[in-house]
Design a protein around this ligand. Sequence first.
Ligand code: UDP
Ligand code: MG
Length: 322
Amino acid sequence: MPPKVSIVVPFYNEEDNIQRMHAAIVAAIEPLRLPFEMVLVDDGSKDRTLVLAEQIAQQDPRVRVVQFRRNYGQTPAMAAGIQVATGEVIITMDGDLQNDPADIQQFLAKIDAGYDIVVGWRHNRQDKLVSRKIPSKIANWLIGKATGVPIKDNGCSLKAYRASLIKEIPLYSEMHRFIPAVASIAGPRIAEIKVRHHARQFGQSKYGLSRIYKVLLDLMVIKTVASFTARPLLWFTLLSLPFGFAGLAAVGYSLWRWMGSDQPLALPIAGSGVIFLMSSLILVLGGVLGEMIYALGDMREDQFARLTGRVSREPGRVEERR
Ligand code: UDP
Ligand code: MG
C-alpha cells in the first residue's frame, strides 16, 4: 500500500478559485491510485470561500475543512492544516491555481526516492517583476547566505514533506518560507524541482511590499536561533565582552584621574562606564536565561527535581532526598 498523501491548501477570499482548485487536485491525484485527503483551510475569508469549502467536503469525503474565525495569515493557515493532516506525506500549495496540481506527481516521486523535503522552484514565475520577483531574488540570496541552505525559491508554497518531520517544526509569521532551512538542523534530504507557475486568473493577491519586512524579521529570528541553539551563553558572553572592557576602562580611568590629582571625579566618564558594565552584566544574564530555557525548557517538574537532587514520590509532591 503506498503511503497516504495529504494535500494542505490555505484559502483567504478565494471564492472563485476553491472549486477549481479542488477539481484540479482530484484530476491530478486520482490517476495515481493512492490514498489521499485534502485539507482545505479557510483563513477567515469574508466571501463565500467557507460555504463553498463545506459544500465540497459534503460531496467529497476525502475533503476536510479547517476554519479560522478570523484572518491569521498564510503560514498559520498552513500550519493548522499540517497539524490535522493524517497522511504520511504532506503536500502544501497555494489555493489560487498559481501552483499546478499536475506537479504533485513529481513531488511524490522524489519522496519515494527517499527525500524528506521536496521544494518547488517557480523557474518561470508569473508575477510582477519589481514588487515580487526582484525582492524574492534578493530574499532567497539572503536566506541562503544566512542559513547556509541554498534554495532557489523559498517562497514557493508547493512543497512536499514527510509528515513526521514537518509536524515537529514550529510555524508562525511568514515562517513557511524557512521550513527547509529550519528543518536542515535535523539533517533531512532536501530535493528541489522545477514547477509550473501560472498568473493569477481569479481573485487578488493578498500581499504587498509589507511582506518583505516580516520576512526579514523572520530571517533574523532564524539566524539567531540557529546559531544560538548550541550555546546561548557562549554567544551572549562574547557579545558582553566589549561592553565589559569599555566599562572597566572608563571606570578605571576616572578613578585613576580622581585619585592621582585634585580634580573632581569625571562623572560623565564614570557614569558611562557604569552603564557599560551593567549592559555587559545584563547580556551575560540574557545568556544564562537562554541556556536555562534551552537546557531545561522541555523538562518536566519531576525530571528537574530528580536532576537537582529532589525526588518526587507522589505526583505533585517533591521531597528532599536523604
Ligand atoms: N492566503 C491565506 N491567508 C492570507 C493570505 C493568503 O490563506 O492571509 C492564501 C491565499 O488564499 C492563497 C495563498 O495563501 O491560497 C497565497 O496567497 P497569494 O496568492 O495572495 O500570494 P501571492 O501568490 O501573491 O504571493
Ligand atoms: Mg498567488
